[in-house]
Design a binder for this molecule. Structure first.
Ligand SMILES: *[C@@H]1O[C@H](CO)[C@@H](O)[C@H](O)[C@H]1NC(C)=O
Ligand SMILES: *[C@@H]1O[C@H](CO)[C@@H](O)[C@H](O)[C@H]1NC(C)=O
Ligand SMILES: *[C@@H]1O[C@H](CO)[C@@H](O)[C@H](O)[C@H]1NC(C)=O
Length: 625
């Protein structure tokens, strides 16, 4: 719990992008590669996402893991670089693939949000895979076999923005935000090339699509841009700091998604009116943290990742969405019996009108399953292994015991290990393990230490052995139109709201009393495809870890409502940031289009690490402005 305030790792990214990007380009193979990658160059190539049933299944690795896998990493970097330098006219170029998010097909605020992105990621994986198979053949005879065999194992990497980063490192891996160049030991020897994970350079920037400022002057993708001019630079150190300072919030949200949200309808998207958080809303917050959260320069604005139609041009998008797909796959393993329910489209997209019925058989356009014009559906992609990949946590423990129950148990164990550290549940499990292994089988809660007894105040026989605690959440509902484009709702606990000017320079998240934020992922105005995105969205900012911290410091008597409610009324503050990072309204005045409710649930701690906490009904404590 004391981990809540994480070290700032600015130094790591200090020199970011001070070098001129144009200096670096693609890898020089020593011959014209275009002749060898015909399919990628063909503007008529179709986008059939292949069903790979019966083929090999390989694991999608975390980016820091694949980086250790030297041959695979080299192939990945070379493949991604080549994809980015492929003619923009081809639908299988990076530009063409990224454009899918831009075309108006993408299903936001919809039960199809997680499932639509599954064939999308599979298509991107397929495009990279094909390039990588070709690249592997470029090595000389003595090495070719090794690279060809690594190439067949290639699956898309993901970026786990909720995991504890290795000691001394930021949540943002150096490979993504560290340098505008990267050194690769390719088939034509060692070369320094443009880092394809750092930025994507448009070649050329199509001003009929990117019509308005600053999109028509930014010739490459940017994160936390230094200005709105053509010479703007990314500030990845600010992005890294924002991610690190939000990790407690992000990890709590993810852990709660697995344990509190048992219903696909609310898990899937940010439209729900209730207090439920969703994978879409969590994903939205990552978009806004990476695009540029709070902005370090007045009069600038966030970069590409913060806008729906532009986000996929930033290469980090695909690492992020592969993580979203992994969350879906793990969540499915924990909740095998709930899936896309019949509902109605809330927003217009190219293929669905507002109000139109959608269900698990709705076509996930434009992702073809066959070249006769059939599209993938949510039912069709329910089993992700159809696309030839899986995630390490889902590998069967033993090959002949892969029942859905065994899979759910081992996935819960992984979720506890990876994302449980900020939850009181992990304290309970630790106490249980420390005191007596026999306690769990006799179902007798441990005798709590003094601090723990103030957290587990419910359940037990009243003799200081409760096994329940309260989770506290700020549940936020925002209508971005009412605010003329909100970018985030930011929370502080205890002390004053930091001064506006100063905080813009250093980043809101660097404040000592910062708790977390709900980022709003909006459509950029003035693009060729304006999105219809005026419906309110919901999300959560967890308060529990911050409150436990206050209990540990003796500033709060216990986690019980009688203590917490008055404490939060007096000490919880919020700032609403508008579309250009400005503070909207007075901090304590109510804003039209923003509803914030402080909600609590009684949660039963798990008795084994193969179980997750069980959440009771959510109760609204109070509403704040
Ligand atoms: C398209 O092809 C698939 C596989 O051959 C077949 O199952 C499906 O019925 C076909 N659909 C149409 C509309 O022809
Ligand atoms: C398979 O796993 C289930 C659930 O964990 C367990 O109950 C069962 O005993 C296991 N079966 C075998 C054959 O190991
Ligand atoms: C990046 O942002 C940090 C925090 O606001 C600031 O101190 C630093 O000067 C910025 N770096 C660049 C290169 O703009």
């Amino acid at each position: 719990m004391a981990l809540l305030r994480l070290p700032l790792l600015l130094a790591l990214f200090c020199l970011v992008d001070t070098l001129v990007v144009a200096q670096y380009s693609a890898y020089d193979y020593g011959f014209n590669v275009n002749k060898r990658i015909k399919r990628q160059l063909d503007p008529r190539s179709t986008m059939v996402v292949q069903d790979k049933t019966g083929g090999d299944i390989h694991v999608r690795q975390e980016i820091r893991q694949i980086e250790q896998d030297r041959e695979l990493w080299t192939l990945y970097i070379l493949g991604l670089s080549m994809l980015q330098y492929t003619d923009q006219a081809s639908p299988m170029s990076y530009y063409g693939l990224a454009g899918n998010e831009n075309t108006g097909y993408c299903a936001h605020s919809s039960v199809l949000f997680p499932t639509w992105h599954r064939p999308y990621m599979a298509l991107y994986e397929q495009a990279l895979y094909e390039l990588i198979q070709t690249i592997a053949t470029f090595w000389p005879d003595d090495k070719r076999q090794r690279y060809e065999s690594a190439a067949r194992r290639f699956r898309l990497p993901y970026w786990d923005w909720a995991a504890t980063p290795p000691s001394g490192e930021s949540v943002l891996p150096t490979s993504i935000g560290g340098n505008s160049f990267i050194d690769v030991d390719g088939p034509n020897g060692f070369q320094r090339i443009a880092n394809p994970l750092f930025s994507y350079s448009f070649n050329p920037l199509d001003k009929t699509v990117f019509r308005s400022d600053p999109w028509n002057v930014w010739t490459r993708t940017l994160r936390s841009p230094s200005s709105s001019g053509p010479d703007a630079r990314s500030n990845n150190s600010l992005v890294a700091m924002n991610l690190d300072q939000n990790r407690a919030s992000i990890a709590q949200r993810l852990y709660a998604l697995f344990s509190s949200n048992n219903n696909y309808a609310t898990f899937s998207n940010n439209a729900a009116e209730g207090p439920d958080d969703s994978v879409e809303s969590l994903h939205d917050t990552i978009h806004s943290l990476v695009g540029g959260f709070g902005f370090n320069q007045p009069a600038t604005q966030p970069g590409h990742m913060a806008y729906i139609q532009l986000s996929a041009f930033d290469p980090v998008f695909f690492l992020h969405h592969c993580m979203v797909d992994r969350i879906l796959a793990l969540w499915q393993a924990v909740h095998p019996n709930t899936w896309v329910p019949p509902s109605r489209a809330r927003l217009n997209s190219y293929t669905t009108r507002r109000g139109q019925p959608i269900d698990s058989n709705t076509a996930l356009t434009p992702f073809f399953s066959h070249d006769n014009g059939t599209f993938w559906t949510s039912d069709g992609i329910r089993d992700h292994t159809k696309f030839g990949y899986t995630y390490a946590e889902l590998l069967p423990a033993t090959s002949n015991n892969d029942t859905s129950q065994a899979r759910a148990s081992s996935t819960k164990q992984a979720v506890n290990r990876m994302y449980g550290s900020f939850s009181p549940a992990s304290l309970f499990l630790k106490e249980l393990r420390a005191q007596d292994a026999g306690l769990a089988t006799s179902h007798k809660a441990p005798h709590h230490s003094l601090v723990q007894s103030k957290i587990f105040v419910v359940g037990g026989d009243g003799d200081n052995n409760g096994d329940r605690y309260h989770e506290w959440t700020a549940s936020v509902r925002v209508s971005d139109q009412a605010l003329d484009g909100a970018s985030a709702v930011v929370f502080f606990l205890g002390g004053e709201i930091p001064a506006d000017q100063q905080q813009q320079q250093q980043g809101w998240a660097s404040a000592a009393n910062y708790v977390g934020a709900m980022g709003v992922f909006t459509a950029a105005a003035g693009m060729a495809h304006d999105h219809d995105h005026d419906a309110p969205v919901s999300g959560s900012v967890p308060l529990t870890a911050a409150l436990v911290d206050k209990v540990e410091k003796g500033e709060l008597a216990s986690l019980a409502p009688a203590d917490v409610e008055p404490y939060l009324r007096a000490n919880l503050r919020r700032v609403v940031l508008g579309c250009s990072g400005q503070v909207v309204g007075e901090p304590s005045s109510c804003l039209r289009g923003v509803v914030i409710r402080v909600v609590s649930s009684v949660v039963a701690a798990p008795w084994s690490d193969e179980e997750l906490p069980r959440w009771g009904e959510a109760t609204v404590g109070f509403e704040m402005c």
